[in-house]
Design a protein around this ligand. Structure first.
Ligand code: PAF
Length: 285
């Protein structure tokens, strides 16, 4: 049997709901359009805090992380289905505030400066994105005050930056990365996959194929990794590569050997997809 989560739309309702909870709080911030990837983050939160402790999910499409011309207006909003996903995952509280509730005075005067990591990869084409992400995550953490917060590894740069913010600003929450959930053919689940038409959906699988081929090449070193990925990407037309970058796990320079991360972003028509994979260079995969 599934029980509906408590729904809080305002800060006061959230505070009331939190007052009634006992035990460490697990938190999964989302922008809604929930899919199996989000459900796995909720499961991870539950696993981290224990079966009887409360899980809070926020659903808020944050205007501050979208630049003009990005997909804020067409970003999928599927609130009723989202509530069903949360209920099926045994979520205790859903916080779904309005824009005015999160930004009561309009754009905030004080925001989080995400620093140099926000200027590479996603940041090179979306220069204001991570300021918006970190500012809203800081606000949500301040409102929910969780012990554990879970973010998906699919948005890997976001995860690295949130960890950095929490550490640099002493926010006292345990940040956990949830593994990427994939379709059977390898495509990483994303709320934006629903924008793809049939042909684009078929071609999109080349991103994960490239990453998996690259991971296999890890023991042969960085050059072999990049070559393997480019070879796969070159097999399919209509996939406009934005970046393919090999870094260390903290998005620093590529190490000679050991753990590394390969990140990719590409456009299929007007839809931009990202994906990434962990791999090991010059060692066993
Ligand atoms: O990953 C997301 O869905 C968003 O960037 C987040 C972390 C909920 C902030 O709006």
């Amino acid at each position: 049997m599934t029980t509906s989560p408590l729904l809080a739309n305002t800060r006061e309702e959230l505070a009331d709901a939190l007052r009634g909870l006992e035990g460490p709080v697990g938190f999964v911030p989302t922008m809604g359009a929930l899919h199996a990837g989000h459900a796995s983050l909720m499961e991870r939160a539950r696993k981290e805090i224990g079966a009887d402790a409360p899980v809070v999910v926020s659903i808020f499409v944050n205007p501050m992380q979208f630049a003009a011309g990005e997909d804020l207006d067409r970003y999928p909003r599927t609130f009723e289905t989202d509530l069903e996903v949360c209920a099926a995952e045994g979520v205790d509280v859903v916080f779904a505030p309005s824009v005015d509730e999160v930004y009561p005075g309009g754009d905030p005067q004080v925001t989080v400066d995400p620093g140099p990591i926000a200027r590479v990869l996603e940041g090179s084409t979306r220069p204001t994105h991570f300021r918006g992400v970190l500012t809203v995550v800081a606000k949500l953490l301040g409102l929910v005050r969780p012990d554990v917060a879970v973010f998906g590894e699919k948005d890997y740069q976001q995860l690295v930056l949130i960890r950095r913010m929490v550490s640099d600003l002493c926010m006292g929450v345990d940040v956990i990365g949830g593994a990427i959930v994939r379709e059977d053919d390898g495509l990483a689940l994303s709320s934006r996959n629903r924008y793809l038409d049939e042909g684009q959906r078929r071609r999109a699988v080349v991103l994960s194929r490239a990453l998996f081929a690259a991971r296999e090449a890890g023991p042969r070193g960085a050059a072999a990794v990049l070559e393997a990925a480019h070879q796969e990407l070159g097999r399919v037309d209509g996939v406009d590569l934005d970046y393919l970058e090999l870094t260390d796990p903290d998005l620093g320079p590529v190490p000679d050997s050991g753990p590394a991360r390969l990140l990719v972003a590409a456009r299929l028509g007007s839809t931009r997809l990202i994906d990434n994979v962990a791999l090991t260079l010059n060692g066993d995969n």
